[in-house]
Design a binder for this molecule. Structure first.
Ligand code: ADP
Ligand code: MG
Length: 470
């Protein structure tokens, strides 16, 4: 077993690592740290949550320990796609660098530029920046990159998604040729590969795992649902899958906002983060989540990418992400640092293409969630058969108790979809296989009506348990 002491780090640093509570390096750390210390370029590919940050922060601290700072000329540069990630890396420097005399500046948007410029004027060892703000200062002549001999491009695939690749190319062109470059990413789509070829010099390629599907700490499922059943299905899972903390991803900001409101109306302790919310509020929301004031965070991809939130038990993809790489990032919010996690992806008809792309990327099919997979505690007392919930504004007729077969909207929809499954199916849940291969119309409601023999689960039953995929 490799230990941190085997990796060639200084005693001061080992002491800080120990104080942080790490006992064993993660695979990417074990391989990257010695390479960085040997001044090699590194191309590090490992899924989210595998400790990539420390794999560059730790050796950087030792590398930067010798040498001196100069005004306006940062000695090293770390590029991060979002302010949150930049702030997290800064926290890492503070934690591990406590025994070293290193100065750091954080150049991120949404923060007064004055203090940042002042820090630069005094000289910094480590500059942590988002590309936008760095370009801004560079173009105003407030920063000189000639002395920047150690550069990290972190979360490169996210940079790509956010359209930062041209900025990064611009920045890299201003850097000295004689430098060490480290690039980290969870996935390696072709444009990142190209970037790496152009800006890295004979890098050591470290590839720990290819895709999130291979993270054995994450149990992932997909759930075929109709769009308008997503909220109800989500609530059922939130109540019945032993959810402690959850992040729910939506593809659109408006969905984030509306879903959060709906969850709050249903009594869930939820909050939201997305790009339209200002930085202070985003941080405050995140803090509430970390403190446990809320246990559900509804998020967009941009706002949540790479955030290190410990102990998230569940990730829900309320929509299947449009970019398959986002799937890897999203579900990587759970199952971090050895903990177990569960990830559910809702697949409505409009998500069909997106899930295909996800499965292509991860190289394996995401299993369909079936009743055998429910993580429920069977109720001890005789449970209530009905759920008391106000109806959604989305028009799902959850409240309706009877008659189950006069749901004109559903029937219309079935007609549209060419189904004529109008006969009620009254099998007991137990008799049905967890996965059906044919669409089954609205049997869910029928199943809900069925009296259940004593001793059997008689709580609310989610529709997706009876609805087949495709
Ligand atoms: P990544 O950048 O790969 O997504 P992070 O660097 O954000 O991952 O690390 C994920 C989590 O793992 C963080 O909470 C971090 O503190 C923790 N971690 C990192 N390295 C170790 C380690 N060697 N032992 C235990 N936990 C670690
Ligand atoms: Mg990271």
């Amino acid at each position: 077993m490799t230990t941190f002491a085997d990796l060639g780090l200084s005693p001061e640093l080992l002491q800080a690592v120990e104080a942080a509570g790490y006992t064993e390096p993660t695979p990417i750390q074990a391989e990257a740290i010695p390479a960085v210390l040997m001044m090699k370029d590194v191309l590090g590919i490992a899924q989210t949550g595998t400790g990539k940050t420390a794999s560059f922060v730790l050796p950087m601290i030792d590398v930067l320990a010798s040498g001196r700072r100069r005004a306006l000329m940062p000695r090293s540069l770390i590029l991060e796609p979002t302010r949150e990630l930049a702030a997290q890396v800064a926290e890492n420097f503070e934690k591990y660098g406590k025994n070293h005399d290193l100065t750091m500046a954080l150049l991120i948007g949404g923060v007064q530029m004055g203090d940042q410029v002042k820090a630069l004027n005094e000289g910094v060892d480590v500059l942590i920046a988002t590309p936008g703000r760095l370009m801004d200062l560079f173009e105003r002549g407030k920063i000189i990159l000639n002395a920047c001999e150690l550069v990290v491009i972190d979360e490169a695939d996210r940079m790509l998604d956010m359209g930062f690749i041209p900025d990064i190319e611009f920045i890299c062109d201003k850097l000295p040729d004689q430098r060490q470059t480290l690039l980290f990413s969870a996935t390696m789509p072709p444009p990142i590969e190209k970037l790496a070829k152009k800006f890295l010099d004979n890098p050591k390629r470290i590839e720990v795992t290819r895709a999130a599907s291979t993270n054995e700490n994450i149990t992932a499922f997909k759930i075929p649902v109709k769009s308008r059943e997503k909220r109800e299905t989500l609530r059922w899972l939130l109540r019945n899958d032993l959810v402690e903390t959850a992040i729910i991803f939506c593809n659109r900001k408006t969905t984030v906002r509306e879903l959060n409101k709906s969850l709050q109306r249903h009594g869930f302790a939820s909050g939201e983060i997305h790009g339209d919310i200002d930085q202070n509020q985003r941080n405050a929301e995140l803090q509430r989540f970390k403190n446990g004031e809320i246990n559900i965070l509804v998020a967009s991809d941009v706002a949540a990418r790479g955030l290190d939130i410990k102990g998230v038990s569940h990730v829900f993809n309320f929509d299947t992400p449009w970019h398959p790489d986002d799937y890897v990032h999203r579900i990587g919010r759970t199952g971090r640092a050895g903990a177990k996690g569960r990830a559910f992806t809702f697949v409505a008809p409009e998500d069909a293409e997106a899930i295909e792309n996800v499965e292509k990327l991860t190289g394996s099919e995401v299993p369909v969630f079936g009743k055998k997979d429910v993580r429920v505690e069977l109720p001890k007392a005789k449970p209530e058969a009905k759920q008391e919930e106000p109806a959604d504004e989305s028009g799902v007729e959850e409240q309706e108790e009877k008659p189950r077969r006069s749901r004109s909207r559903r029937d219309d929809k079935r007609q549209e979809e060419g189904r004529n499954d109008s006969k009620p199916r009254r099998e007991k849940r137990e008799d049905r296989p967890p996965r059906d291969d044919k669409p089954r119309g609205n049997r869910r409601r029928d199943a809900d009506d069925e009296p259940v023999p004593a001793g059997e689960w008689n709580g609310p039953k989610p529709g997706f348990l009876g609805v087949g995929f495709k």
